[in-house]
Design a binder for this molecule. Structure first.
Ligand SMILES: Cc1ncc(COP(=O)(O)O)c(C=O)c1O
Length: 405
C-alpha cells in the first residue's frame, strides 16, 4: 500500500543524478556539478569572523531568531541591492532564506495550486522545476535565443494560456545556458508582465559573476508595479555551505513567504546569518568577487578555446560573459545521455541537457561547468568529450546512411 502523498509520485529520483554519483572518483574530470571553486572560499576571513561572533555575541548567534532574518543582515542586503544593483529596496522588503533554493520552494508554496501555469525559459534551472513540481503546476516553456525569451512567442503563449500564476526567469548568466538577456528583451518582457499582471520571480545567483565588464542591472531595478520577487544568494559570491539566500519583494507578498517559512524551518541558521553579516561589514565581498571573476574568466576561456579547437562540425555552444556554465547543442539525432555513458568510460562527465526542459525533449543538448576544475583539466576533459563525440557522430552518420540505402 502506498502511504505517501500524491505529490510524491511526481517527484522522481533522477537517473542522471544516480549516474553522476560515479563522478565523485578523484580521477574523473567532472563538468557536471554547479560547484564553485573551493580554493576561493575565504576560509581564513570566515574563521576570524566566526571567532569574533562566538566570542562577542553568542547569545544572539546561537539563539532562535526572527523568521524574517537577522536585522543586521537584512540591513546590509538592502544597502547591497541599492548600491551595487541599482534597486530601491528597504530592509523590511527582505526575507532571509536557507539558500535561494528555499526561496523557490516557498514561491511554490505561496503561489501555486495544482494545474496553475508557470511560465519559464526553455531551458530553465532544474532545481526550480523540482521545487515547483511538488505543487503540481504545468510549465509553459518560452523559446529563447542568445538575447533571452523570444518576445513574439511570449505574446502568443500569454494569449493562449489561462491561469498563468507566475513567470520564473534567470536573466543573468543563466543556469544551464550561461546566456544573459539583452536590455531590450528585459524591458519588453517586463512590459508584458505588467500588462498581464503576472508576478515575476527573478532568480539571480550569477548576476555579479560577470567577466567581461559590468553586468546588467537586475529586472528588480526596472520594476514599477511591485510585482517582482528577486531571489539572491551568497552561494556563488561567497560559499554555498552557509546556505544564506534572500528574497526581496513587496511587503504584502513577503508576509505570505514568512508564514510559509515558519512551517518549514522557523528561521535560517542564526549563526550563519551573523557570520555573513559580519563578513559584509568588513567590506571584503568586493575583493572576494574579483578573485572569483578572475579565476572563472580564465577557466571559461580555457573551455571555449578547447571547444573551438576540438569539437566536430555541427556542434554549437554558448559563449557566456559570466556565471558557471557553457551549453552545447549537438547535431539532431545525437543523444547526450548515450554520450555521457561513453564519456564516463574515459573518466569525464557532464549533465545531459534534457532535464532542464520541464516538458522533456532536447536530448541533443548538454551543460558543461567550468568553475570547479583547473584550466589543464578543463582542456583535457573537453578533448576527451570531443574525441568520443567524433566517434559517436561518425557512427550516427553511418547509421543514417545505412537506413537510407
Ligand atoms: C538558477 C539557480 N537558482 C537557485 C540555485 C540554488 O542556489 P542556493 O545555493 O542559493 O540554494 C542555483 C544553484 O545552483 C541556481 O543555479
Amino acid at each position: 500500500m502506498n502511504h505517501f502523498a500524491r505529490r510524491m509520485s511526481s517527484l522522481q529520483a533522477s537517473e542522471i543524478r544516480e549516474i553522476l554519483k560515479l563522478t565523485r572518483r578523484p580521477e574523473v574530470i567532472s563538468f557536471a556539478g554547479g560547484l564553485p571553486a573551493p580554493e576561493l572560499f575565504p576560509s581564513d576571513e570566515l574563521r576570524a569572523v566566526a571567532d569574533q561572533v562566538l566570542r562577542h555575541e553568542p547569545g544572539l548567534a546561537l539563539q532562535y531568531s526572527p523568521t524574517e532574518g537577522d536585522p543586521l543582515l537584512r540591513h546590509a542586503l538592502a544597502r547591497h541591492m541599492n548600491r551595487r544593483l541599482g534597486c530601491r529596496v528597504s530592509e523590511d522588503e527582505i526575507l532571509i532564506t536557507t539558500g535561494s533554493q528555499q526561496g523557490l520552494d516557498l514561491t511554490g508554496k505561496v503561489f501555486l495550486d495544482e494545474g496553475d501555469v508557470v511560465l519559464c525559459e526553455s531551458p530553465t534551472y532544474i532545481g526550480a522545476i523540482q521545487a515547483f513540481t511538488a505543487y503540481g503546476p504545468r510549465f509553459v516553456e518560452v523559446p529563447t535565443d542568445d538575447e533571452g525569451m523570444l518576445i513574439p512567442e511570449l505574446v502568443r503563449l500569454l494569449s493562449s494560456h489561462r491561469r498563468i500564476r507566475l513567470a520564473y526567469v534567470v536573466p543573468d548568466f543563466q543556469n544551464p545556458t550561461g546566456r544573459s538577456w539583452s536590455s531590450s528583451r528585459r524591458m519588453a518582457f517586463m512590459q508584458l508582465m505588467w500588462r498581464h499582471g503576472i508576478p515575476v520571480v527573478e532568480d539571480c545567483p550569477y548576476g555579479q559573476v560577470a567577466f567581461d565588464g559590468p553586468a546588467h542591472r537586475p529586472l528588480k531595478a526596472l520594476d514599477r508595479c511591485d510585482q517582482l520577487l528577486f531571489l539572491g544568494t551568497f552561494s556563488k559570491i561567497l560559499c554555498p555551505g552557509l546556505r544564506i539566500g534572500w528574497v526581496a519583494g513587496p511587503r504584502h507578498t513577503l508576509e505570505r513567504y514568512v508564514l510559509a517559512k515558519q512551517g518549514s524551518d522557523l528561521h535560517t541558521s542564526s549563526l550563519d546569518q551573523r557570520l555573513v553579516a559580519r563578513f559584509l561589514e568588513r567590506g571584503r565581498l568586493g575583493a572576494n568577487l574579483s578573485a572569483i571573476c578572475d579565476t572563472y574568466r580564465e577557466r571559461r576561456d580555457a573551455m571555449l578555446g578547447a571547444l573551438d579547437a576540438t569539437m566536430p562540425p555541427g556542434v554549437r555552444w554558448t559563449r557566456p560573459g559570466g556565471g558557471l556554465f557553457v551549453w552545447l547543442e549537438l547535431p539532431p539525432g545525437a543523444d547526450a545521455r548515450d554520450l555521457l555513458l561513453r564519456c564516463l568510460e574515459h573518466d569525464v562527465a557532464f549533465v545531459p541537457g534534457g532535464s532542464f526542459f520541464p516538458n522533456g525533449g532536447h536530448d541533443n543538448t548538454l551543460r558543461l561547468n567550468f568553475s570547479n576544475m583547473p584550466c589543464e583539466r578543463i582542456v583535457e576533459g573537453v578533448r576527451r568529450i570531443s574525441a568520443v563525440l567524433h566517434e559517436s557522430l561518425t557512427e550516427l552518420a553511418h547509421g543514417s546512411a545505412a537506413a537510407l540505402a
